[in-house]
Design a binder for this molecule. Structure first.
Ligand code: ADP
Ligand code: MG
Length: 354
């Protein structure tokens, strides 16, 4: 049996965007299926906003093409205007109209609907974002999180094919950011809305995205599930950018076996580099576990209490460092020596470039 063929809602193919001749986005491609929430994640300046503006129709392409629902909307020399793309947008600074009530802000984009229908849509989306009783308030009477939910309701009201969000939670505090990203994911999934979010914050990307593209210097380096980005990073940049961890130098003994100063271990993937290749092995804090009976010992140099767990920075006899998550009741002090063991199925290694 073959899988059902779904045509992607958004296709970005080999796009290039320049500012005064300088490339900001180069040869970037992505497919987004209907109903999916995807994130572009990368450090500041890597081109995330430019990609989103190109999808929205605010930035012209220098090469490549963009299709929405199969319709060509952008290529070099042609840009379908934003208002003809059936998009909703949410930005970092929610940009609500200060002199309009919440209800009027949300209904702003509903120009074709009659009064009754408009009122019904407004109350439906306000219900959806949990602000049904705030319809008559004004933006300045709301918290930052509430304002951002109004912005989302406004974007959802015209039932766009696609919602674009540029760092929508970055002006909020960490706790609110976490709560709102989970809420927004539920809201989008309830509606079956397709969304592209850009952010530099991996927690946000992981909390929201079905798929995440890690960007660097105008390109997507890996387009994958959050799980795979963490456990199976495809290159050194992604391994470093996502999650915490350290790289220990070592040698490849067999395609699936490495030797480092903390021993020989075997993982679940096979590398094709020749035996004896000098490599760096990625070790995440959850790969190093406490083992009081272990011959492998390290000295605690730093301790960060995380609640359920404690993150220890450990020093090896060579001076090399490891990070390790211990259960919270294993409470040690800097200077103490502890036994550890590697517990990792995922063997992630990269050749040392000389
Ligand atoms: P991000 O959103 O990932 O921070 P941007 O898409 O805003 O990245 O920017 C990508 C690159 O393009 C950066 O090097 C930035 O300096 C440059 N850039 C962005 N906007 C402009 C502009 N209006 N004029 C010139 N260069 C720009
Ligand atoms: Mg940006």
């Amino acid at each position: 049996m073959s899988a059902p063929v779904t045509s992607p809602l958004l296709v970005i193919k080999d796009i290039e965007c320049r500012y005064d001749g300088r490339e900001a986005v180069r040869g970037l491609s992505a497919h987004v299926n209907a109903g999916d929430i995807v994130c572009l994640l990368g450090p500041s300046g890597c081109g995330k906003t430019t990609v989103l503006r190109a999808v929205a129709g605010f930035h012209n392409l220098d090469a490549g093409e963009i299709r929405i629902q199969g319709v060509l909307v952008s290529r070099a020399g042609f840009t379908l205007p934003p208002e003809r793309r059936s998009l909703g947008m949410v930005f970092q600074d929610h940009a609500l109209f200060p002199h309009l009530s919440v209800a009027h802000n949300v209904g702003f984009g509903l120009r074709r609907e009659g009064r009754t229908e408009k009122a019904q849509i407004v109350s439906e989306v306000l219900e959806l974002v949990g602000l049904a009783d705030m319809a008559e308030r004004y933006p300045h009477e709301l918290s930052g999180g509430q304002q951002q939910r109004v912005a989302l309701a406004r974007a959802l009201a015209p039932r766009p094919d696609l919602i674009l969000m540029d760092e929508p939670f970055s002006s909020l505090d960490v706790e609110m950011r976490e709560r709102l990203s989970a809420e927004v994911r539920n809201i989008l999934k309830t509606r079956g809305t397709t969304a592209v979010l850009v952010t530099h914050d991996q927690h946000e990307a992981f909390a929201l995205g079905d798929l995440v593209g890690v960007m660097h210097e105008g390109r997507i380096l890996q387009w994958d599930t959050p799980y795979n980005l963490y456990h199976e990073p495809s290159c050194r940049f992604v391994a470093d950018f996502i999650g915490q961890g350290v790289f220990l130098p070592g040698t490849l003994l067999a395609p699936d076996t490495v030797e480092t100063e903390i021993g020989v271990y075997k993982g679940n993937r096979a590398y094709t580099w020749s035996k004896g290749t000098r490599i760096e092995v990625l070790l995440r804090p959850d790969d190093i576990v406490p083992d009081s009976g272990s011959a492998l010992q390290a000295v605690i140099v730093q301790r960060a209490f995380k609640g359920a767990e404690i993150l220890y920075t450990l020093q090896l006899p060579s001076g090399g460092r490891l990070l390790s998550l211990f259960p919270s009741h294993a409470d040690h002090r800097p200077g103490e020596r502890v036994g550890i063991r590697v517990q990792a199925d995922h063997l992630v290694a990269f050749p040392i470039s000389s």
